[in-house]
Design a protein around this ligand. Structure first.
Ligand code: 5AD
Ligand code: SF4
Length: 508
């Protein structure tokens, strides 16, 4: 949606409690609720690219004020928070670590499963007391939940003290949304159901100075039948390669050691370009020439993971051979109903190709158990696939119906007790395999990117291997932010203990 379309569809809230409102000439209370039905449509309109700037009149908006953002969910949300923090800072706000002294609080929400949503509603319940005590506090809800009409309706009804709701497509409009919220007595709801332009030059305040996320694309067109993301994040739109490369170069010059390229389905990167043949493999190949020690990407979809990408990754160097490759299920029949568009055999074949090209590659995955009508045999196919691939680790979930998705309408004959029991059995296998993999590190020496002091012991430092294993070891504080060689002395349940050494080779 472009700015003109947005203005045309902006309405003054028609709700009856607005009858006594004095709409001044300076503002309109915005009421623009989402529609999952509209979000589903994939139009042919061209993706537009636009730059970000802050209108002169908003530049001092935050002077003397503090903001606090609580983030739920995935890395995409974490990174959106970094962008919003950048916008707040550009408006003159200061960050704060807690809600107590914040003048603006944002909840950047996640809609992927019901329990993620419940956490947010619980938090809103807590914040009600704070808002009562400090009515001048601005409270906002943004992120994926805001894109769902059922959520917006529930907030309007049950949490009317919320000041603003905005979605994932209009983060760059934060300055004017804040302005509206300050001026309006009513809740400002500005959610675009359809994705907007790709906005460049967004200010970002990154969480650390060692690792950084860089968005390469937005949205998802895969429409797996259980997933809400294609509705909350819109259609696939790739950032132009030159913008991404420039951002990575800038991060390299600032001394960042690790970059993760981000997208909901990064293997579809570039498929929307009409003027160039350019995909993730081309991008990784070009970025690998930049002087940055570690380069990753997430999240992959097995369907679009092509031979060209494997070929590029096999060159190694700063391209890490740790691949997160969500499989979701080991049963071809379930994969079909999930609309994953690949079979068990296709997935195993892809794994074989990856391992052939990169014998030391480590694979991690996402798995959903208890999909509607999943049989015991189908679940066991997931267990057997897990054993066959020998993943390093996995994120495992019980299927959670999401309103508006096709799977939510399916009848389901699997009782919750059975789903829970399957999750436990799967987790036992995941833990056993991870422990075995960690044990193989004992006595070996690995490269560790030192991130800081260990959470439990300030005398010990903590960092991650190329394969994302957490290592605790003693070393001088000056090694924080550096990649050092560490000899692994002991594998614990989830982490490794080690000693820093001078010389070494990477683990096999
Ligand atoms: N229920 C359970 N898990 C889900 N995921 C996505 N949608 C759902 C859902 N409705 C999981 C998938 C995905 C990960 C990010 O979350 O495994 O890869
Ligand atoms: Fe959801 Fe599937 Fe898109 Fe991943 S690929 S975000 S699971 S629809």
């Amino acid at each position: 949606m472009n700015e003109q379309q947005r203005k045309e569809s902006t309405q003054v809230n028609p709700s009856d409690k607005k009858s006594d409102k004095d709409y001044s000439q300076y503002f309109q209370a915005v009421y623009m609720p989402p529609s999952l039905k509209d979000a589903k449509k994939r139009g042919k309109e061209e993706v537009k690219y636009d730059g970000f700037s802050i209108p002169e009149e908003y530049r001092a908006m935050g002077q003397g004020k503090k903001f606090y953002i609580r983030t739920y969910g995935c890395q995409m949300n974490e990174h959106d928070t970094e962008v919003m923090a950048g916008i707040f800072m550009a408006l003159g706000y200061e960050p704060t670590d807690g809600v107590e002294d914040a003048n603006v609080i944002l909840l950047n929400t996640c809609a992927i499963r019901e329990n993620a949503e419940n956490k947010v509603f619980g938090e809103l319940g807590h914040l009600k007391t704070l808002k009562k005590r400090r009515p001048d506090l601005l409270l906002g809800v943004c992120g994926c939940m805001s894109q769902e009409e059922s959520v917006v309706n529930r907030i309007l009804k049950v949490h009317p003290f919320v000041d603003m709701i905005f979605g994932t497509h209009n983060i760059h409009r934060l300055p004017s949304i804040l302005h509206e919220a300050y001026m309006s007595k009513e809740m400002v709801v500005e959610v675009w159901s359809k994705e907007g332009d790709v906005i460049e030059n967004l200010p970002k305040v990154r969480k650390g100075n060692i690792k950084a996320w860089v968005n390469i694309m937005y949205g998802c067109d895969k429409f797996c039948t259980y997933c809400i993301v294609p509705y909350t994040r819109g259609k696939e739109r790739s950032r132009r390669p030159e913008e991404i490369i420039q951002e990575v170069r800038h991060l390299a010059s600032q001394g960042y050691k690790e970059i993760t390229l981000l997208g909901q389905n990064v293997n579809a990167y570039g498929k929307d370009f009409e003027d160039i043949e350019y995909g993730l493999a081309h991008l990784m190949d070009e970025i690998s020439k930049i002087d940055i020690p570690r380069l990753r990407f997430t999240t992959s979809h097995p369907r679009d993971f092509d031979d060209h990408l494997i070929e590029v990754l096999a060159k190694g160097g700063n391209l890490l051979d740790h691949i997160h490759l969500p499989v979701q299920s080991g049963s071809t029949d379930i994969l079909k109903i999930m609309a994953r568009k690949y079979s068990r055999e296709h997935y195993l074949d892809l794994v074989r190709k990856i391992k052939e090209a990169m014998p030391n590659a480590s694979l991690t995955t996402d798995i959903i158990v208890g999909f509607p009508n999943e049989t015991e045999e189908q679940f066991e196919e997931t267990l057997s696939l897990y054993r066959e691939v020998e993943f390093d680790s996995a994120y495992t979930f019980i299927y959670s119906p999401r309103e508006g998705t096709p799977a939510a309408k399916m009848e389901d004959n699997v009782p919750m007790e059975v789903k829970k029991e399957r999750l436990q059995r799967l987790n036992a296998l995941v833990n056993e395999t991870s422990a075995k993999k960690l044990k193989e590190y004992e006595g070996k020496t690995v490269d560790v990117l030192v991130e800081g002091e260990s959470k439990n012991n300030p005398d010990v430092l903590a960092g991650y291997t190329e394969k994302s294993k957490l290592v605790n070891f003693k070393a001088p504080k000056s090694s924080i932010g550096q990649i050092v060689k560490v000899k692994i002395t002991k594998a614990k349940t989830w982490t490794l203990n080690g000693e820093m050494v001078e010389e070494a080779v990477e683990v096999n």
